[in-house]
Design a binder for this molecule. Sequence first.
Ligand SMILES: *Cc1c(COP(=O)(O)O)cnc(C)c1O
Length: 382
Amino acid sequence: MILREDSMTTQILGDDEGGLLLVPGSVSLSGDVQREIERPVRPHYGPEWVKAFEETTELLRTIFRTRDDVVLFFGPGSAALEASMRSCLHTRDRLLVPTNGMFAERLATIASANGIDVAPLHFDETEPIDPDAIRDSARAIGATALAVVYNETGSTLCNPLEDVCAVARELGLLTIVDAVSALGGLPLDVEAWGIDICVAVSNKCLGAPIGISPIAVSERAWQRCASSDVSPRGWYFNLQTWRDARAERRAWHPHPTTMPTSALHGLRVAAEAVARDVDGFVRHHADVATEMRSGLRKLGFRLYVEDERYASPVVTGAYALDAMDVDDYIRWLGETCRMRISPGLGRDTDRVFRVAHMGLAANLDVVAAYLELTRRYLEREP
Ligand SMILES: *Cc1c(COP(=O)(O)O)cnc(C)c1O
């Protein structure tokens, strides 16, 4: 099989358990990151740890493009989103949530579950959210805050975040962005776009292990957090707790709880590679996705999001060919080729499959290997 000749992926395919992950996060790790997390466990306090922790925070500020704070939150993206909304929204807030996929639906669900007054604004899941419609709706309902997904991983589509943020600035809305599957893979400028809270995870485009969710927090968001009237405020999910720990225990233990140290060290190594050339890293994802999209089209597939302007650069969705059984195809790739892809996550879910370009899978050789295997699957004798 062609992948076996590629030195970077051999290591991964040599492992019977995992295979090569082309799913939208968790991701297969580069050799550097893999080696880092295989080192013996290191402690979560003390000067050496604090140095690694602060370095990682700095790298994330570079990648988010912000001079404001970044909190390295221990937990999945959904927990970081929950913490952000609980901490920075007030009981009088009216939160507008434009939706065109399952992760925006989840944002609305998390906010409602925390007693926040949510107004969803629905769009078709193969269409981007519309900044003008958001402006009209925000005015009509008196919205004070906006929560929006940048890259809708389920719909394999990216939203025009920069334009949406311009509307939010114009109306003075507090802006919370789910950039969980976007950071590192899509253009993003937290400070220039005026984003108050921007949530990401280590285990998607940053190419790191699971465990840490970096959150960029603006000064305005911190002020909101300090004056929150939500009751009870909780502790772990209150970002103020994370800020206070950082201020009070700066030299020894700058976070409230035990941190996943191996994951942090892995994230540090992964983030170094991204921060070295953020624009180049982002461009690379777009090139890989373009290659994947044209390759799938040549094989006769119809793409889930046809419009190149809104197709995600980090995950591609396609309809199975008429004669194809999606489950069988996904199983064949996994069992025969040790290559893991994902089923669909939206409309027509049983006719759609998704292939991610994140971590080790954001690679032109991987795309070529995947397309070649898919060609063989289509031509094989049943
Ligand atoms: C993966 C993902 C999430 C959820 O992240 P978890 O770490 O699984 O909680 C949220 N939003 C988007 C856009 C995602 O891709």
